[in-house]
Design a protein around this ligand. Structure first.
Ligand code: 9MR
Length: 362
């Protein structure tokens, strides 16, 4: 007969190993993240989707906690322009109406992203090699929301995943690196007020890949600046890992100093901390998520050019799409956001609250 199942890592095992100080205190009260952030000179916000606003209990939490919204997917070109010239702005408009009704700022994400294009676009660009297929879209979006966007992720994830040069997208093949310049100039012309952002991931961990990604990112920004493209901020996506590659505080601090030295603002645009690979004990997973976020926030909030912290969702309730194969097969759910699926604050919410409270106001 097989013996009892062996747990991966139990709370008792960790306690025995002397990790008791890692266990988070329970929350007496819901922290007010937007208010705490504002007091430290930071705008706190989150990604959201219009379907989430139809839940009865989530919108009040969103309105209490966030001072800025960004569409999780409803501003992606595949959604906005499913057929050439046939625009659907309904998702963005719904989210923006909610933001306005609750006095929240709004950011646009993304204008140019290789991974979320409608199927017709690549063929059209390769066949016609017409710059308007890029600039026309940027102008349409930035122009429609002119004066209403805090910031726009003009170009998203243009760097190669291996940290060497630019991603081989069809934009790069057809127009060369100047496709990015075209997008930034078109965005600036269409909306003179929005902060124009280059947004990417992978700048936080140590290791040789992290080093290459940071150097590559600085190279991309230096190129844009040298050519006179109106880039004004770096968006750090910051999809972190509690049980994977950790934030390298010293390297991240030095990197952010380089960004600030170039006169760029720093926006945290998509923060979440994956608990994949963690123990089955939820309290331990939640604490490890919060600890990794604290290590990250200590560094990022210490930089005076950091202006926003947006999480890529406020609650674990929507973290797993209902069609998720992993969820269906294993029942395993992510716990990477500040509030649990029942909308109760988790240790990550506490980590955010503490980090905002500890920041010196300007
Ligand atoms: O979370 C987003 C998911 O709902 C979408 O299906 C997906 C494709 O549009 O994009 C996800 O968001 C990504 C963001 O736009 C860019 N950085 C990585 C994000 C997480 O994958």
């Amino acid at each position: 007969m097989p013996g009892p199942p062996i747990p991966l890592l139990t709370r008792r095992a960790l306690l025995a190993a002397g990790a008791s100080s890692l266990i988070a205190p329970a929350f007496a009260q819901e922290p007010r993240l937007a208010a705490l952030a504002a007091a430290s000179g930071i705008v706190f916000g989150t990604a959201a989707a219009s379907y989430e606003l139809r839940d009865a209990d989530f919108p009040p939490l969103l309105a209490r906690q966030a001072a800025m919204l960004v569409p999780e997917y409803e501003m992606k070109r595949a959604v906005v322009e499913p057929r050439p010239g046939a625009y659907d702005f309904s998702g963005i408009d719904t989210l923006m109406a909610f933001a306005r009704a609750h006095n929240m700022a709004f950011r646009g994400h993304p204008l140019i992203w290789y991974a979320a294009n409608p199927p017709w676009l690549e063929d059209a660009v390769l066949a016609r090699r017409d710059e308007k297929l890029l600039t026309g879209y940027v102008t349409a979006l930035a122009g429609r929301y002119r004066g209403r966007m805090h910031s726009l992720d003009v170009v998203n994830e243009a760097l190669a995943d291996d940290g060497n040069g630019l991603r081989q997208s069809f934009w790069l093949k057809v127009f060369g690196p100047s496709y990015m310049d075209m997008a930034f100039h078109a965005a600036r012309a269409a909306d003179p007020a929005a902060l124009l952002v280059y947004n990417d991931y992978g700048c936080e961990p140590g290791g040789p890949l992290g080093d290459r990604v940071r150097a590559n990112c600085l190279g991309l920004l230096d190129g844009l600046i040298a050519r006179g493209a109106p880039v004004q901020a770096l968006g750090l996506q910051s999809h972190l890992f509690a049980f994977g590659q950790h934030v390298d505080q010293r390297k991240l601090r030095d990197f952010l100093a380089e960004i600030a030295a170039r006169g760029l603002a720093i926006l945290v645009t998509e923060l979440d901390v994956s608990d994949e690979g963690g123990p089955s004990d939820i309290a331990l997973r939640d604490q490890a998520v919060a600890d990794e976020a604290s290590r990250y926030l200590d560094v990022v909030l210490d930089n005076r050019r950091t202006a926003t912290v947006l999480t890529w969702g406020l609650t674990d309730r929507y973290a797993d799409p209902p069609q998720s194969l992993r969820l269906k097969m294993t029942g395993w759910r992510y716990r990477k956001f500040p509030f649990d699926a029942g909308l109760r604050p988790k240790p990550l919410a506490g980590a955010l609250a503490r980090a905002f409270s500890a920041r010196r106001p300007a």
